[in-house]
Write a protein that binds this ligand. Structure first.
Ligand code: PEP
Length: 262
């Protein structure tokens, strides 16, 4: 990551309700905070289930939603409308009360809940309007990977999910390249494969938003990242950190943060 502050984000998915979430954060906070003091440390963002955000915030004792906090909070999803008759949804302004960040378009949302690039784009624009940092997830599935469609899929997803950003917004978003075949499978991509696709994403981004935006936008890798393989990914110039699923649920997450230092 050439001059870009790396991000290590933990996507807890549907794990840890308020009680367990508070207990886990109590357990990891001292060592995690200490690990984050070292030079070259990444920005660390915890993304618990929405119902556990307040409990985690209370443990972390974050004074306000400001990004001055050492450990930031993110939601895993949200709707794009501000309020109203949308049973079961949470809005950008609600998320903004507790979080700096929101994960959008995760492959599980696309696969199980039918989210399209168009919906992800609406959510991305809504997040930016509310001063939330979107982490927009893209990535090909196994069949697309094997039939050589990755570049095409990535191009389509970047153009549609990330459409209509202002030049300022184009600098602020974060993209997560998450090949679906690597998520939760223990079969991480190699650093070389991930860097090659991420370089293509950056080139595509440059074609839309220009060289300046493409040089500052952070692009993360996600898919079976562990404390053993994070350093390999961080060694590549286009990879600016990781979105971590399963391995963010254990104290070993602290070692991912440590081993990501640059
Ligand atoms: C994810 O869901 O964003 C993810 C990368 O999961 P895992 O690390 O478990 O593969």
């Amino acid at each position: 990551s050439t001059g870009r502050t790396a991000i290590i984000a933990g996507n807890w998915k549907m794990n840890y309700g308020p009680r367990e979430a508070a207990k886990f954060v109590q357990e990891i906070q001292p060592a995690l905070s200490e690990a984050l003091q070292a030079p070259g440390s990444p920005l660390c963002i915890l993304c618990p289930p929405a119902i556990s955000l307040a409990a985690v915030r209370a443990v972390l004792d974050i004074p306000d939603a400001a990004s001055s906090a050492q450990i930031e909070l993110g939601a895993q999803n949200m709707y794009f409308e501000e309020k109203g008759a949308f049973t079961g949804e949470i809005s950008p302004n609600m998320v903004h009360e507790l979080c700096t960040t929101v994960i959008l378009g995760h492959s599980e949302r696309r696969t199980y809940f039918g989210e399209t690039d168009e919906l992800v784009n609406k959510k991305t624009l809504a997040a930016l309007r509310h001063e939330l940092r979107p982490i927009v997830c893209i990535g090909e599935n196994e069949q697309q990977h094997e039939s050589g469609e990755t570049a095409h899929i990535i191009t389509t997803q970047v153009r549609a999910s990330l459409a209509n950003l202002t030049s300022e917004q184009a600098r602020e978003i974060v993209i997560a390249y998450e090949p679906i075949w690597a998520i939760g499978t223990g079969k991480a991509a190699t650093g070389e494969i991930a860097n090659n696709v991420i370089r293509q994403i950056r080139q595509e981004y440059q074609a839309i938003y220009g060289a300046e935006a493409a040089s500052v936008v952070r692009i993360l890798y996600g898919g079976s990242v562990t404390s053993d393989n994070i350093a390999e990914f961080m060694a590549y110039p286009d990879i600016d950190g990781a979105l971590v699923g399963g391995a963010s649920l254990k104290p070993d997450f602290i070692n991912i943060v440590r081993n990501s230092r640059q």
